[in-house]
Ligand binder design. Sequence first.
Ligand code: CMC
Length: 430
Amino acid sequence: MSTQRTATLTVDGKTVEFPIMKGTHGNDVIDIRTLGAKTGLFTYDSGFLSTASCQSRITYIDGDKGELLYRGYPIEQLAENCTFLEVAYLLKQGELPNLQQKLTFEKTIKTHTMVHEQLVKFFQGFRRDAHPMAVMVGVVGALSAFYHEVTDFSDAEHRNISFNRLVAKLPTIVAMAYKYNTGQPFMYPRNDLDYTANFMYMMFGTPCEQYKPNPVLVKALDLIFTLHADHEQNASTSTVRLSGSSGANPFACISAGIACLWGPAHGGANEACLQMLEEIGDVSRVGEYIKRAKDKNDSFKLMGFGHRVYKNFDPRAKLMGKVCADVLAELGLENDRLFKLARELEKIALEDPYFIEKKLYPNVDFYSGIVQKALGIPTSMFTCIFALARTVGWMTQWEEMLTDPEYKIGRPRQLYIGTARRDVPSLDKR
Ligand code: CMC
């Protein structure tokens, strides 16, 4: 007797059965791929509230427990024991690197950190005050015009080179976007520095003075990268998968992911959160803003609160709160006004029945803005930092999709509710 679980659906008296697919952890899924053929019906799930768009081996989130696993490893353990590049290797290869693999991978990434000199001209085409995310969308997309010689994506080596190039060049491009904005000269990468120290050097160094990255701050930023490296099928990752499903160039797909990430409901929330804290300004006004967040007639939301999947504490927010405290202590900013305000806001919201009932907890973006501000990163650059780190996840997910034997171009269906068929009247009858 078959042990395959099935789901039965009755439509107009006719019964059809669908297999239930089992995952390692989490919700099992009903395989409805034959639904249209069997019943002539589609499912409706705008916003993908109950739809798994793929099978994946990369990242698992248990929203009720507040658990995040990369390739099976809890984020807390990775944060404690691994660098961002080790985590990047893990996500891409499925296993943590041994010492030799780690050194080889770091060396490989270093050999790709420079960008084509011609790319400087792209920056010069932008207004100095352009939002750096707008610049990122353009410049990262433009890389597809530079690396057109390795575009056979059925070739594993071509995909590998694209991964290495993107992971290596994103810090250079993010730093260039910042330098262009401030009017300072671009700093070429220094391959004697580690990935994150080199990024800080390109951001904050100038040709006039020697810049020595502070190891405590480098470690904090490296951890921020780790916390943002992947988050399964979120909006930007799904965008990268959907763009890539047509066989498009990966640099263009990552540019699409960056565009999606920019929105305030997604990666733009860290920027929006800091702006919100500045607007609240003082602990005495927290109550007023909590009231606004609960008011159905007010569009205001507590930025950095709530998540589609986490209905418990976002584990990344806990780690981020700790990094925030460490960085502020290192810089002697323990009494930072915004940090105190954030702590108070978090405390009040966590005790408020509205937030308790709706299971709204701080997410990764709640403290990340405060840490980044303390590191000297301007607010408009926050989402670029997120994009830099998430490029690892995007490229890993892109690779997984292209090598999936069940891979097909993404093509959702719709429920058409527009005007019924009609004939075009002649001009004098309109
Ligand atoms: N403040 C006040 N109310 C909220 C908030 C909030 N931050 N988030 C959700 N709610 C309410 C919402 O109004 C809704 O109420 P009701 O049931 O009465 O209509 C209920 O909680 C459920 O929210 P939802 O908007 O239906 O949930 P969603 O899963 O569609 O949205 C979210 C998730 C993250 C977009 C949303 O919580 C939000 O806009 N949060 C603020 C922005 C933010 O911090 N985004 C970062 C997400 S984490 C980083 C990332 O992965 O990109």
